[in-house]
Design a protein around this ligand. Structure first.
Ligand code: FMN
Length: 200
C-alpha cells in the first residue's frame, strides 16, 4: 500500500483528516498541541480544541481567552507549531504556521455566535487565566459552578473571547508502518503544496 503513496494524495488526505477531526470529538486530532514562543523566546506547548479547518486557506483555528498568555505570545511573535498524533491512523503531523488573534471583528463574532453555552462558560472567568490565586480555583463565578450559563448570563463572556487563526506554511507528515515508516515534507506555495519524501 505504501508503494502506492503519492505526495499530492498524502497532503490532500492529511487536510481531509484534520477537517474531519473538527467535528469528530473522539478523533485524536481534535485536541492537538499548540506551540507558541514565550516572551523570552522559549517554546510553550499546550493542548487546545481544534475549532475550524479550511483546506483552501490552509487555516486552523482554536478559541481562547484573550487575557491568556498565548495571546500575548502570538502578538509578539506569530510563529507557531501544531502537533497531531492519531494512534488509530499511526499518523503524526507537525505543522509550522503563522498566528493572528481575532477579538472585536467578524471572525470572533461569528465563532462566538456558534459557540455552545457550556463553551461560553470558560469566558466568564473573573480572573485572567494564569493569574496567581491563594487556593485551587476553577476561576468561575460562584453561581455558575456545576451548571451552564443561560444565554443572557453568557453574554459578558464575549469580551474575553478570542479566535486564534493560524495559516500553515509547512507540514511534516510521518506514517508508522511495520514494513518501515514513511515521511514527507510539504511547503505551501500560494494555494499549492510542494512535497518531497524524506527519510523517516
Ligand atoms: C483537552 C484539553 C483541551 C483544551 N482546550 C483548550 C482550548 O480550546 N483553548 C484554550 O485556551 N485552552 C484549552 N485548554 C487549556 C490549555 O491547555 C492551557 O492550559 C490554557 O489555555 C493556558 O494556556 P497559556 O497559559 O499557555 O495561554 C485545554 C486543555 C485540555 C487538557
Amino acid at each position: 500500500m505504501a508503494d502506492a503513496l503519492q505526495l499530492d494524495r498524502v497532503v490532500y488526505d492529511a487536510w481531509a483528516e484534520l477537517a474531519h477531526a473538527v467535528v469528530k470529538r473522539q478523533h485524536a486530532f481534535h485536541t492537538p498541541t499548540f506551540v507558541s514562543l514565550d516572551l523570552d523566546g522559549a517554546p510553550v506547548a499546550r493542548t487546545v480544541v481544534m475549532r475550524a479547518v479550511s483546506t483552501e486557506r490552509a487555516e486552523i483555528r482554536c478559541h481562547t481567552d484573550r487575557r491568556s498568555p498565548k495571546i500575548r505570545e502570538i502578538t509578539r511573535d506569530p510563529r507557531v507549531s501544531w502537533h497531531f498524533y492519531a494512534p488509530e491512523l499511526k499518523l503524526q503531523l507537525r505543522l509550522k504556521a503563522s498566528a493572528t488573534a481575532h477579538f472585536d471583528d467578524q471572525v470572533a463574532d461569528d465563532a462566538w455566535a456558534k459557540s455552545s453555552l457550556s463553551s461560553r462558560r470558560c469566558y466568564l472567568a473573573p480572573s485572567s487565566p494564569g493569574a496567581e490565586c491563594a487556593q485551587p480555583s476553577p476561576n468561575l463565578p460562584e453561581h455558575l459552578l456545576g451548571r451552564v450559563p443561560t444565554l443572557e448570563e453568557s453574554l459578558p463572556g464575549r469580551e474575553n473571547f478570542s479566535v486564534i487563526s493560524t495559516t500553515v506554511d509547512e507540514m511534516d507528515w510521518l506514517w508508522l508502518a511495520a514494513d518501515g515508516h514513511r515521511r514527507a515534507r510539504f511547503t505551501r506555495v500560494g494555494t499549492e503544496w510542494r512535497g518531497s519524501w524524506i527519510e523517516a
